[in-house]
Design a binder for this molecule. Structure first.
Ligand SMILES: [Zn+2]
Length: 231
């Protein structure tokens, strides 16, 4: 199956992307480090939780700044090709990634399902602050409040507007391309259930996934798969 042919034939495309799209840009998947922790409070599921942010803000800050931010990372061929489709066809990107790389690739119509590390605000006064300030200190100079990135933490709810916009886009798509995600994180993983039964679903992943029966799988490296799509 030729991905390029499917992409050019489709009328409305949705790209669903996850961590695997950013690994070629040098951003490791923090979830893939699982299983090697001495205790639960060292697990990313705790360090990226609302509880940790509230009760151990220094610990939260340290993890996020040291493990999550890659401000020098650049979009790769996958981001670039998807961006092209958002500009030249009716295509929407819904991403689990919080690294801002689809935006850096100047894609249009991006839904950052879990928010972005590059939007930071003060929890006390609500003011927006440049992420560079946050990388220097978690304290808001203006009011002494604690800053945080606008990402959805464990135990936090996704904005219903984001969910609704995503479900709408999926339900209207005739081609859904799942890339770099094993679709294990809910509610993101549940988005596919909104797909029209006639829509084509193509998953590009290094490992085979559990997907609806009508989905086609390309078990391959996503970067080389997208590099082969000539635009
Ligand atoms: Zn403040």
């Amino acid at each position: 199956m030729q991905l390029a042919a499917e992409l050019f034939q489709a009328k409305r495309i949705v790209f669903l992307t996850g961590a695997g799209v950013s690994t070629p840009s040098g951003i490791p998947d923090y979830r893939s480090k699982g299983g090697l922790y001495d205790n639960d409070q060292q697990r990313p599921e705790y360090l990226l939780s609302h509880t940790c942010l509230v009760h151990q803000p220094e610990k939260f800050y340290q993890f996020v700044v040291q493990q999550m931010y890659y401000p020098a990372a650049l979009p790769n061929i996958i981001h670039q090709k998807m961006a092209w489709f958002t500009k030249n066809k009716a295509a929407i990107i819904i991403t689990q990634n919080v690294d801002g790389l689809h935006m850096k690739a100047k894609a249009q119509n991006v839904i950052e399902f879990h928010g972005s590390l590059y939007r930071v605000y003060c929890q006390k006064c609500g003011q927006k602050v440049a992420y560079q300030q946050y990388l220097k200190s978690m304290i808001h100079q203006g009011c002494g409040g604690i800053l945080r990135p606008a990402i959805v933490l464990y135990e936090e709810q996704i904005d219903p507007k984001i969910i609704n916009a995503s479900l709408m886009a999926i339900s209207q798509a005739d081609l859904i391309v799942v890339c770099g995600t094993s679709l294990q994180v809910y509610p993101f993983a549940g988005l596919l259930t909104a797909a029209d039964p006639t829509a084509k679903i193509i998953a590009i992943n290094r490992e085979k996934l559990v997907l609806p029966a009508n989905a086609q799988q390309i078990v391959a490296d996503a970067a080389s798969t997208f590099a082969a799509v000539k635009v």
